[in-house]
Design a protein. Structure first.
Length: 572
């Protein structure tokens, strides 16, 4: 129930100071909502610009490659330890409508969910602190650069969707009526359908029902019982097969994990994060700020004892989120990880709203808060841009590697897969030839065309050559033979010229003979320009190497470089 003093805050002027001026007009009375709308448009524009040209990344390929059927397993198999029912359904719907040539539809869905979550945070905070603090909270969330993985990677719709539905559930519980409870139950089911993060909101619902039992009894228990019963059915059928990382050590260290998570979220919200885009670092500012926050809360309780009952559900959700994450910790899931920063920051903003509930902010305090938020947003654009650069680099690998597979499609073995040593990145480990070409025939591909590959970044062209060599099965067979090859198609490379002279090779068999002397080496390039990324094993002097290059979809020749201190004969 909203406190009476908060009702007076909401009747106050949009600037949080004096009363509204009679006849001030709709724009004045709804200035905070108008500003929120402009912030939402600006955030959407920034995120669309930052994600332009990006393609599918990492775990998204697990959905695209291995969940294309319409079986129960395709929807309900856990990903890591999470239920991903709704994210999988979203991917399937977008594939059916738009295909796989562009990831733009996924980015649009993600931005829509981020915007909806920010609006719900605005509503939640406005009920407690008034409109302008609510605008500040939503703005900080929309431009939360340290959470770049969530803001720029559509796979994280699971986290965002669970958070969105969970906050909506808390708002429905505040209605304190039958319809509100029914809506809350449905929203909690949706939250759990997005991600196991919904368990934290199930605990929040449990605490809310428990606290209200004196007035309304336990007949509201269905709000969390029904969703948890459905989750239990999923767990018995599919969820128990997920790999678990629960250990006694993780349990014992989870309180520290909780504190580090809160500290990291706090310095991220304020634009003070020192965690780099790779997730390395510590919440240097967050720890002392967290101590200061605890001291301020203690002082506030000394001055005016008693917390709002609405604090405890969100406090339970916050603590359980970090503790559950800590229980399943493995390297790469640090409390400061970018994808955890988003959820942690949302919880932190909601906690702050309940802790400050009933506080009236004057005009000066609001201007200071707005200035701090503006600085934080500006600073947080830096890690957001850094994250965009990392995803762009991964996009070059992805589109180049897939282009190479397309070129080699007629020759490639269907068991071929883009392992990290071949792909140049671990983000494509879920892509194998059989699944990829099946999906490509049905939905298209985000790969470069051969023309686009020829103009791509050098790192992409280089990696494409490596993928092509492995996919085509380019083989060099050594023949210990002192007789150098001869014939009309043979070319002699003088000693020491290997570093400066190259030969164009067409598909077929090439013989390379080295005169007696030290070992020599041969290397190839096709799309690469600055180097020869495909190397063969060393060939001893006085030997002949047979190099076989299969024919593929593109007429572009390979280029051979011979590195040897003695003359070599190449017969094409």
């Amino acid at each position: 129930m909203i406190d009476r003093d908060m009702e007076s805050v909401n009747r106050d002027s949009a600037v949080g100071g004096g009363r509204r001026t009679p006849g001030g007009g709709w724009l004045v009375e709804n200035a905070a909502v108008v500003v929120l709308g402009l912030v939402l448009l600006a955030a959407a524009a920034v995120l669309l610009w930052m994600t332009s040209g990006l393609t599918y990344y990492q775990d998204t390929w697990a959905f695209l490659m291995h969940r294309r059927g319409f079986t129960a397993d395709a929807f309900l198999e856990p990903h890591n330890e999470h239920i991903v029912l709704i994210p999988v359904a979203i991917v399937k719907l977008l594939l059916a409508i738009f295909g796989m040539t562009s990831a733009l539809p996924e980015f649009v869905v993600l931005i829509g969910l981020l915007s909806a979550t920010a609006i719900l945070v605005f509503v939640y905070v406005r009920r407690r602190l008034g409109p302008w603090p609510a605008v500040i909270a939503a703005t900080l969330l929309l431009f939360l650069g340290p959470a770049w993985q969530v803001l720029l990677w559509p796979f994280e719709t699971g986290f965002v969707g669970a958070m969105m539905a969970g906050i909506a559930m808390l708002l429905m519980l505040e209605r304190e009526d039958r319809h509100g409870d029914l809506y809350a139950c449905g929203l909690l089911i949706v939250s759990l359908g997005f991600s196991t993060l919904g368990l934290s909101f199930a605990l929040a619902a449990f605490v809310d029902v428990l606290l209200g039992r004196r007035d309304r009894g336990l007949r509201r228990a269905f709000v969390f019982v029904v969703p948890l019963a459905l989750f239990a059915l999923w767990y018995l059928g599919w969820g128990h097969t997920a790999e678990s990382h629960l250990t006694l050590r993780n349990i014992l260290e989870s309180p520290r994990y909780l504190l580090d998570g809160l500290a990291s979220s706090l310095d991220s919200v304020l634009g003070l994060s020192t965690i780099d885009v790779g997730g390395s670092g510590q919440p240097d500012w967050g720890r002392p700020l967290l101590v200061a926050a605890v001291v301020l809360v203690g002082y506030g309780q000394y001055r005016r004892p008693g917390f709002s009952p609405r604090l405890w559900p969100i406090a339970a959700a916050t603590a359980s989120f970090w503790l559950l994450a800590g229980f399943n910790y493995i390297p790469g899931r640090e409390a400061v990880a970018s994808r955890y920063t988003y959820a942690g920051s949302v919880f932190l903003l909601l906690l702050a709203a309940d802790l400050l509930r009933g506080v009236r902010f004057g005009r000066a305090a609001l201007w200071v808060g707005g200035a701090v938020a503006a600085v934080a947003v500006t600073v947080n654009l830096i890690p957001l841009d850094d994250g965009r650069d990392q995803l762009r680099a991964q996009t070059v690998f992805t589109r180049s590697d897939l282009a190479a597979m397309n070129i080699a499609e007629r020759q490639i073995d269907l068991s071929f897969s883009l392992t990290p040593d071949i792909a140049g990145t671990p983000s494509l480990i879920d892509v194998d030839a059989a699944e990829y070409f099946d999906a490509k025939r049905q939905y298209g591909s985000p790969a470069y065309t051969p023309k686009e590959l020829a103009g791509a970044d050098e790192v992409g062209r280089r990696q494409a050559d490596i993928v092509l060599a492995r996919a085509l099965g380019i083989a060099a067979v050594l023949r210990p033979d002192s007789l150098l090859p001869v014939g009309p198609g043979c070319v002699t490379i003088a000693a020491g010229d290997g570093a400066t002279r190259e030969l164009r090779l067409a598909p077929g068999l090439t013989r390379i003979g080295l005169k007696p002397g030290p070992d020599g080496s041969f290397s190839l390039r096709r799309f690469a320009v600055g180097e020869y990324p495909v190397a063969t094993a060393a060939s001893p002097g006085g030997s002949v190497t047979l190099l076989r290059i299969p024919r593929d979809r593109v007429a572009r020749p390979w280029h051979l470089q011979v590195s040897a201190s003695q003359p070599a004969v190449v017969c094409r």
